[in-house]
Design a protein around this ligand. Sequence first.
Ligand code: B12
Length: 370
Amino acid sequence: MIPRHPDAMNHAPHTLLINPTITSRSSARFPLSLLHLSTTLDREGSSSIIDGNMDRDFIDRTLHALDQRAHTAVGISVMGGPQIEPAIAVSRAIRAHRPDTPIVWGGYFPTLYTDTALSAPYVDYAIRGQGEDSFPELITALHAGDTAKLGTVNGLSWKGEGGVVHNPSRPFSRNGPSVVLPYEKLGDPRRYLARTFLGRRTVAHQASVGCRFRCTFCGVAAMFGGATALPPLARLERDLKYLKHGLGADSIQYFDHNFFDREQDMIPLLEIMARFEMPWWCYARADALLNLSESTWKLVRKSRLRMAYIGAESASPAMLKEIRKGTRPDQTLEVAELCRRHGVIPELSFMVAPPENTEEETEHTFEFIR
Ligand code: B12
């Protein structure tokens, strides 16, 4: 029998979504994971969001929110690294304050380390991968108190009588948000318009999802398995119109896992972005930028790409081969010059201290960086 709030059956399911504190307030960007989940949760119920990056007292706010009304469950977004500590703290506080409220973890950490997450007494369910379809199904089951349904939710891992049960994974979903994200759930969304290198009112947005590459070290490859989906042109137009004219944004950080996919597919997107004239930042591969034609680079300049985050990873061809990056060190040097020629600042990330020849390789990478 699934424990439920005594008042639960008197209204539609309601879910509280939490993003534990992980950045300074000035670095806070839209909690897109929770906004995406809200769009689907609100089809058959309702949801509210607490973002610890903006509201630093997020644990007190959470306990207060739980006292205001019946909650079917609490959903917590957890990335690997520093976000785990505040995620544990808020989960423990919820468990102590409302023992009957189910706690659901989602995001990169519970997706990549599901058993570890579920070994904690304050984590009842883990949603693996994209949550837009799985989570509403779990909420429906919890709201109905229907244990039998738990086994049917793809992408869910839960604690059965005989131990942890991992339901089959959910196939990759190409469906993006069918409506403009519910930014109003963040209080005044203009609080998230940040002053950055790109502009005075920078916002974060995710247009496409996934990545077709399978670099061995990357959580994205593990989460999406090489699947990727670009946004329909109308959706990109709709979202940019809202961000620029609705919210007053003047520049964008695209959080897409790998912005420049196949050149011919990018051109219509770049044409729309060029019309909005909002300086932008993205994640990009060196080989993708090097392979763009002169005419596409002309369009990229017109679209006002200002900075590209490029995973250079290593100065060692052998290492790049081993991690299946698919690029070469000479391409890293070449793309740095290419970007400069087109007025784009290359932001290059490297991994140092590999397991073999640690010191030698690290020194080699430092020389390469210089
Ligand atoms: C914004 C961001 C940050 C922000 C903070 C975000 C926050 N939580 O407030 C900052 C800048 C702090 C950050 C830091 C780091 N980040 Co970061 N970050 C991102 C980024 C660019 C966007 C996240 C986002 O909004 N995605 C869009 C939403 C829609 O997708 P999503 O988050 O995946 O959510 C979906 C699912 O995961 C799931 N889901 C997510 N949460 C929940 C919750 C519930 C309840 C459910 C049911 C489902 C669910 O459903 C959602 C909808 O499909 C991602 C790349 C990306 N595009 O995802 C990298 C990424 C998540 N970061 C990554 C990493 C590694 C880090 C760092 C560890 C890097 C470092 N070494 O320091 C640091 C760690 C944190 C730190 N140092 O404090 C990796 C994670 C990979 C991994 N192995 O786990 C990513 C994937 C980048 C990459 N390409 O590798 N990051």
